[in-house]
Structures are given as structure tokens and as C-alpha cells.
Ligand binder design. Structure first.
Ligand code: IVH
Length: 668
């Protein structure tokens, strides 16, 4: 074969295979049997080996070509990848419609689409060739996952026209593939994925494209950005154009003339959602006319011309098999429902807190009952109520014990509190929970010391109080289960590093009743050293603006205890820092920054710095960081995958910044 002939043959085979691929994966209408495809593919592979000079990036042989990477490159999107405002009911949709019509002052048509529950990706084509694919990232900068995306057969490597454009879509894992994958993982003994979205995201974030190629991922493309050349006047036209170019779009979209028609479409899908072989978490409603879209414009975060309707929280029925009691750090005994494992909002739920006995009475919960379970805010499992009709008479009443399930001392109900408490300071459960609290993120933040390791150390009698952590020996740790040399060294390093923490971390870690992370910080700022605080009188503490009698009492009572004095002595001896290292109150109050005096909430994943770093920066610049969004919040900084806090901020009209804006302001 001459070079010329080879070149022509390679091109012919490439085109043919791309066409077969398109028919199979995009149109779902294969025109040739699989063996024929395989045979042609082999022919092409052989020719390309013989004539590598004619192999192109877009050859069908290059779908799993790439070598494993060390890290993903960061790439900037040609136009930002925005997210969407939410609607939770018909009224929210009507309000959206009103805002839209007020904004354009004319007739509006909508396009409704399924909101695919996967991972947003951006695909860049130059002259009809797929040149780069990226994750959403923070909306402006994403990660280059081109090699992983190439493994998705429904992503065309060559378009049917030599167009230059950036398209957006949702990569996902079909339900059936997800089930198969998890079955296999379970057999292998590796952790299963909680839901198809996590499985898809996990697969596309692998540095080795071979993994993604085995995961059977798919894509629906739902929009074009930065199109060069072709003029389209509406979103529905651009969907047709995307089809023509060879992309896979979702066929269920519908153009609606009125918002009532939209509502009908939405409600139809609430019913039909389980029939789909991929997961959706809502419906996206978009203004069809591109002129009207332009007229409406976007906010920093999301377009005013589109909204995402989110399906209501899923409720499922399961059996409450037993009620377990747990003793917390402060001695509160909490009943927890042990449930027959069930899938709710895409994770398996086995336990749900029942909070206290009053609540159990109120909901009339008995052991053996069938109960309705949902996830509050789609996160925390909750027993909604009991299905009385399913009772057989075999169900058993539950009573709170009179004695601590761990140490058997008598439980007390403190005035005004619904909770029962174990007040034995030597109760092993409380000590263990106190240790877990001490090492946690907002306290001493010791990496590698989770609940499991602490429990082991405690059960092996290696630690009785928090100071003992600083006396741990390498040899002792090496004897523990699942602790290799490397993890022991890392752990010792982390313990050592925690000695340098500023005073507020230690104060919070000690677990003084009524002293949360914020109060600990205020105390540290005010008193500056542990010694000063140990000497402080009630009046000294109540003189601080935020401190009332109850908190002051808790602090004074705590430091009066002889065992606390001993503990602090021990901590000093092993070299734990007892001084405040942050800025003085007077210094932070006078700072002129966009953060000073503001209450700020961080949510979602930040890519360029950790939560704690962000918090420290804000505080340095005079801002306060709060944990939840309320009407007192001045600003929300939303990272990737921000959830309910962001939704709430939008509802309350609180200002929202993305990570880039935040970093920009920090740098200024
Ligand atoms: S349109 C500016 N359409 O939902 C408009 N998004 O917050 C941007 N999604 O993660 C999105 N299916 O990836 C649109 N048919 C669809 C969608 C869809 C799923 C995802 C999107 C993003 C989130 C929107």
C-alpha cells in the first residue's frame, strides 16, 4: 500500500467508524452489527500502527489514548458557566414567569428540559474538532478533563460541520450502569458510590482515562455558548442545531406557550421520573427567544431567563427495627432509630436521630413500626411519621432508661431541658466523645485522628484525657490495627503541629459547656492567655458584650475545677500553646476592608484555599464568619456545589460572591 492509499483508507475508515459510533451512541440506532464495527476498528488500528503519521487526535482509535496525568490543568471557560436559581413549587414558577414578563414586556415562550443529575461539562470545538473538555469548576475556571471525556462515545470527536463553538452539557452515568458498577465494587470489597452522580463525577476526576473508559458514561448536551458563524434566534433552534452537528441532546424537551403549560410539564415528570433510565433532579425552564434572554441578562451567578424547578424531597417507607442510645460529649443521651436500610435521596439511610423522648411520644413512634423517612434539606435523615395502618400489635413501646447506657449512673433531666443527661464526669462515653471533639476540625484540627482511631486509643487505655494525646509514643501507635509506619509518622506530625494552635482552638476543644467556637474566639481575643482566663471573675467575663450570666458561669465553674487545673498544667508541660495568636480586637475593628463588620457565610467547596484559610483571611480583615444563613447575613461566598445555604441566601436576597470574586477582593 502506498502512503497515499493508506492516508485515504485511514480517512475513509475514520469517517465510517465515526458514523457507526454516532448511530449507536447518539441516535441509539445501530446500522451495522457490532462485529463489523470491531473488524473495521481493527483494520484502522493496524493501518495507524503502520502509518502513524496519518493518525489524528480525532481518530476513533483515540478515545482511550491518553496516558495517566499527574494533575488536571486548570482552564478558563470562554464564557462563564453559570448556575441556576431554584423554584420549589408552582408559585415559584409563576413568580419567575412574572419577573420574566415584567422584564421583557411582551409574550414569552419557554423551553422545558429535564435537569439531568450528573456533572456539568464544557466541550470546546475548533473547526469541527473536539479540542478540549472541562469541568465547571468555579464557573470561570474548570479542570481540563479532555482525555476522560473522549472516552464518552456520545461525545463527537468530529462534528458534521467545521463549526467553532463551546457547548455545555451534563455527563452522567445511566442507572443500570451505576447498579452494575456498585455490584462489582461490592464484590471486590471497595467502597460503593452513593449515587450515579457521584459515580460519574468520581470517574471523570480520575487521572487515568482507562478508568473512565470502563465506566459507561453518557452525556446530554443542553446548550451552546460562544458559537461562531451560525445565527440562531432561539434556544429551541440551537437544540436543533446541536442535533445537526452530531451531539446527543435530550429528546424530552418541550416548548411551552404559557407558564401553566410549564407547570403541567413539570408535574407530569414528578410522576414519570422513575421510568427514566438516568436520574434527573428537576426541570430547567428557559426563555426561548435569545433576544429576550439578552434583554433579561444575568446576575453574577445565574441567568434571569432560566430557573431550575427542584423535585420535592423524596419520602420513603421503611421499618424502624430498634432504638439505640448514644451518650454525647455533654452527657446528653440521644435515642437514634435503627432503620432497615433504605435508599433516600440517593444514599442509603440506616439511622436517624429521634432527638429525645418527647419527640418519640409526640410522633407516637414504637419499635417495629413502619415509618416514613426523608432527608431534611436533602441531607439529614429524619423520621417524618408512623404509618399507623401498618401496625400489627407486635410493636413495642420505647422508654428512655433511668441509667446511663455506658456507665450506669443515674440520668437526670435538667430543668427546662427535654434532654436526659448522664452527669458522671468519668463516664467513658463522654470522655471518648470529648476526645473526638478535641481533635475535630474547628478545635485542634488533628488530621488522621478520627472517631475510629480515638476509640481504639481510648479502648486500649492509651489516652484518658486530651493531654495524653501529646504523650503518645511511636511504638504504641504502631501496635494499633491498620496503622502503618507512614500513617503513624503523619499522625505524630499532626499532633505536634497542633501544639502551635492559637488559644481559641484549644479553648473550643476543651468543650466548656456553652462555649462554642465563636465564644472561644471572643474569650481568647479578650483575655489573650489561658492564665488570664483562669483568673477571670464573673464580672470580667460579663463585661464582654456578647457574654451573659449563663456563659460566664459556665466558664468560671469550669476553671474552678481542680481536675481542669491539673489538665491545663499537663498541657502546658507537653508544650501546647496557651496564647492568642490572632489580631487584637481593637486591630480588627478599625480595618477598612470589604469584610469589616460583615457577617459572612462560606458554603460549597472552595478550590483555591481551604475553608479554614478563608475564614482566617476574613477574620483578619475584620469580618465575622457564621455557620448558617439568616437575615443577619451580609454576604455569602459560594464555592463549587453550594447547596441549601446558597438557596436560602438567594431567597433572602443576600449578596452572593463566587470564589473568584472573593479571591479578587482578598488580593485587593
Ligand atoms: S442550563 C445558564 N439545562 O444543572 C444555564 N442545566 O445550575 C445553565 N443541568 O450544574 C444551565 N440539566 O449542569 C441546564 N437541561 C439542563 C440541565 C442543566 C442539568 C445542570 C447544570 C448545572 C445545573 C444548573
Amino acid at each position: 500500500m502506498t502512503e497515499e492509499q493508506a492516508k485515504a483508507k485511514i480517512e475513509e475508515l475514520s469517517n465510517l467508524l465515526n458514523q457507526y459510533n454516532y448511530e449507536y451512541h447518539v441516535l441509539d440506532k445501530p446500522s451495522v452489527p457490532d462485529v463489523e464495527y470491531d473488524q473495521k476498528l481493527h483494520e484502522l488500528i493496524k493501518l495507524e500502527q503502520e502509518f502513524p503519521q496519518f493518525r489524528t487526535e480525532h481518530s476513533p482509535t483515540q478515545r482511550v489514548g491518553g496516558e495517566p496525568l499527574d494533575a488536571f490543568k486548570k482552564v478558563e471557560h470562554r464564557s462563564p458557566m453559570l448556575s441556576l436559581g431554584n423554584a420549589f413549587n408552582d408559585q415559584d414558577l409563576r413568580d419567575f414567569d412574572r419577573r420574566v414578563r415584567d422584564g421583557v414586556g411582551g409574550k414569552v415562550q419557554y423551553v422545558c428540559e429535564l435537569k439531568i443529575d450528573g456533572l456539568a461539562v464544557s466541550l470546546l470545538y475548533e473547526n469541527g474538532r473536539f479540542v478540549r473538555g472541562a469541568t465547571r469548576g468555579d464557573g470561570t475556571i474548570g479542570e481540563d478533563i479532555t482525555n476522560n471525556l473522549k472516552t464518552i462515545r456520545s461525545i463527537p470527536l468530529r462534528l458534521k460541520e467545521d463549526a467553532t463553538l463551546e457547548v455545555r452539557g451534563e455527563a452522567f452515568m445511566p442507572k443500570a450502569s451505576f447498579m452494575k458498577l456498585n455490584e462489582a465494587r461490592e464484590k471486590e470489597g471497595v467502597e460503593v458510590f452513593a449515587n450515579p452522580r457521584n459515580a460519574a463525577a468520581g470517574s471523570l476526576r480520575q487521572l487515568d482515562p482507562k478508568i473512565a473508559s470502563r465506566r459507561n458514561l453518557d452525556i446530554f448536551v443542553y446548550g451552546a455558548a460562544a458559537v461562531e458563524g451560525r445565527n440562531v434566534a432561539s434556544h429551541s433552534e440551537s437544540l436543533h442545531y446541536l442535533d445537526e452537528l452530531g451531539f446527543k441532546t435530550n429528546p424530552e424537551w418541550k416548548r411551552c406557550e404559557t407558564i401553566e403549560e410549564v407547570i403541567e410539564y413539570v408535574n407530569g415528570w414528578v410522576e414519570r421520573r422513575p421510568d427514566l433510565n438516568y436520574e434527573i433532579d428537576g426541570i430547567v425552564v428557559k426563555v426561548d427567544s435569545l433576544d429576550q434572554q439578552d434583554e433579561l441578562g444575568t446576575t453574577v451567578k445565574s441567568p434571569r431567563w432560566a430557573v431550575a424547578y427542584k423535585f420535592p424531597a423524596e419520602e420513603v417507607v421503611t421499618r424502624l427495627e430498634d432504638i439505640e442510645l448514644t451518650v454525647g460529649r455533654t452527657g446528653v443521651v440521644t435515642p437514634t432509630a435503627l432503620l432497615e436500610p433504605v435508599q433516600v435521596a440517593r444514599t442509603t439511610v440506616k439511622r436517624a436521630s429521634l432527638h429525645n423522648e418527647d419527640l418519640i411520644r409526640e410522633k407516637d413512634i414504637k419499635i417495629g413500626d413502619y415509618v416514613i423517612v426523608k432527608k431534611a434539606g436533602d441531607i439529614i435523615p429524619e423520621v417524618v411519621n408512623v404509618i399507623q395502618e401498618k401496625r400489627t400489635g407486635e410493636e413495642k413501646n420505647f422508654h428512655m432508661p433511668t441509667h446511663c447506657p455506658e456507665c450506669e449512673s443515674e440520668l437526670v433531666r435538667i430543668e427546662d431541658e427535654v434532654a436526659l443527661r448522664c452527669i458522671n464526669p468519668k463516664c467513658p462515653a463522654q470522655i471518648r466523645e470529648g476526645l473526638i471533639h478535641f481533635v475535630s476540625r474547628n478545635a485542634m484540627n488533628i488530621d488522621g485522628l478520627g472517631e475510629k482511631v480515638i476509640t481504639q486509643l481510648f479502648n486500649e487505655n492509651l489516652i484518658q484525657d486530651v493531654a495524653d494525646l501529646y504523650e503518645l509514643k511511636r511504638e504504641e501507635l504502631l501496635k494499633l490495627e491498620r496503622m502503618g509506619e507512614k500513617s503513624v509518622d503523619n499522625l505524630l506530625k499532626a499532633i505536634e503541629a497542633s501544639k502551635d494552635n492559637s488559644l481559641e482552638k484549644l479553648l473550643f476543644g476543651l468543650g466548656i459547656r456553652n462555649v462554642g467556637a465563636k465564644a472561644a474566639r471572643t474569650l481568647a481575643e479578650h483575655f489573650e492567655t489561658m492564665e488570664n482566663l483562669q483568673k477571670a471573675r464573673r464580672e470580667d467575663i460579663t463585661s464582654i458584650h456578647e457574654f451573659g450570666d449563663i456563659m460566664a458561669d459556665s466558664v468560671v465553674v469550669y476553671f474552678e475545677k481542680p481536675e481542669v487545673e491539673q489538665l491545663l498544667e499537663h498541657l502546658r508541660k507537653v508544650g501546647v500553646n496557651m496564647e492568642y495568636k490572632g489580631l487584637k480586637r481593637s486591630e480588627t475593628e478599625n480595618i477598612d476592608s470589604p469584610f469589616s463588620g460583615k457577617t459572612i457565610v462560606l458554603t460549597g467547596k472552595l478550590l483555591q484555599l481551604s475553608r479554614n484559610e478563608a475564614k482566617a483571611e476574613i477574620e483578619k480583615l475584620g469580618g465575622k464568619v457564621a455557620g448558617s444563613v439568616s437575615k443577619n447575613t451580609d454576604l455569602v461566598i459560594a464555592g463549587e456545589d453550594a447547596g441549601s445555604k446558597l438557596t436560602k441566601a438567594e431567597k433572602l436576597g443576600v449578596e452572593v460572591w463566587n470564589e473568584d470574586t472573593f479571591i479578587g477582593q482578598l488580593n485587593d
